[in-house]
Design a protein around this ligand. Sequence first.
Ligand code: C2E
Ligand code: MG
Ligand code: MG
Ligand code: MG
Length: 282
Amino acid sequence: VAKNEGRNRFSYFTPALQEQVQKRIRLINDLRGALAGGQMRVYFQAIVDLSNGQIYKAEALLRWLHPLRGMVSPAEFIPLAEETRLIIEIGDWVFNESAAWVKRWRTHFMAHLQVSVNQSPVQFAKNNSNDQWLAYLHDQGLPGEAIVIEITESLLLDSDAEVKASLLKFRGQGVQIAIDDFGTGYSSLSYLKKFSIDYLKIDQSFIRNLAPGSSDMALTEAIIVMAHKLGLKVIAEGVETIEQRDLLIGAGCDFAQGYLFSKPVPPEEFELLIQAGLKSYD
Ligand code: C2E
Ligand code: MG
Ligand code: MG
Ligand code: MG
């Protein structure tokens, strides 16, 4: 914690910090029982085609309803789940839930719906997890195209042959790959030619202040042009306003996701959305 210097060694370990450490330990303990305790939910957020406002995809987003603390943000508990490797068990559950729902929706409402699932590097490191996922899809009678795996740039940068083999195996079965939070990670783009990627998701930090003539606008346009030249589709994250949507349409962006269209909602509610079709367009 503090610099290891003489008498002052523990001087920064204040009661406030101690409280923070205790809270963290309690949260980790609670996380261990959360799945078995039925406290986890998978929510779904619509991803719309910008050419017509229709839902074609959804992202599965994990929610933890803590019995005392209420909703705990994934931003808070996913890092803890990764450190403790609980993310492996939790992630397998998210995948199975997502596959079961997309199976239902493709059967009854939307034959081409795709659901994207976030996968952290910790999950990727566990060798047979991806085989299990493919086996589960097969058991469900689902084609690979029903699923998109979202990974971050960092996975591809420190990647070894195993990551590459794993991605190839997914794509061999038709599963598509998206780079999440694109533009926030690293300046190297060389991985884009080394790996077979299907989508770039432009991070919401670029979308937030999108305005004509701004540097965010220039970067967004450049990302879209580059992606298209490489044969990739682009999904904009965190679209909240009609202005942002229209600037993205003007820039040739393919898909968008954000509160303008829908917040992440429980599966029963998402089902109503796809039944009704999105009415919020123009
Ligand atoms: P992400 O994958 O980049 O997900 C997008 C985040 O943006 C979600 O936050 C979503 O609720 C939020 N969002 C969507 N539209 C808007 C908008 O218009 N405005 C704003 N302000 N936010 C918007 P969420 O659900 O809190 O998840 C945070 C992160 O936690 C995710 O970022 C993802 O990295 C991670 N995560 C969530 N579920 C899972 C999971 O099942 N497995 C793993 N490994 N990570 C997950
Ligand atoms: Mg994501
Ligand atoms: Mg993202
Ligand atoms: Mg993110």
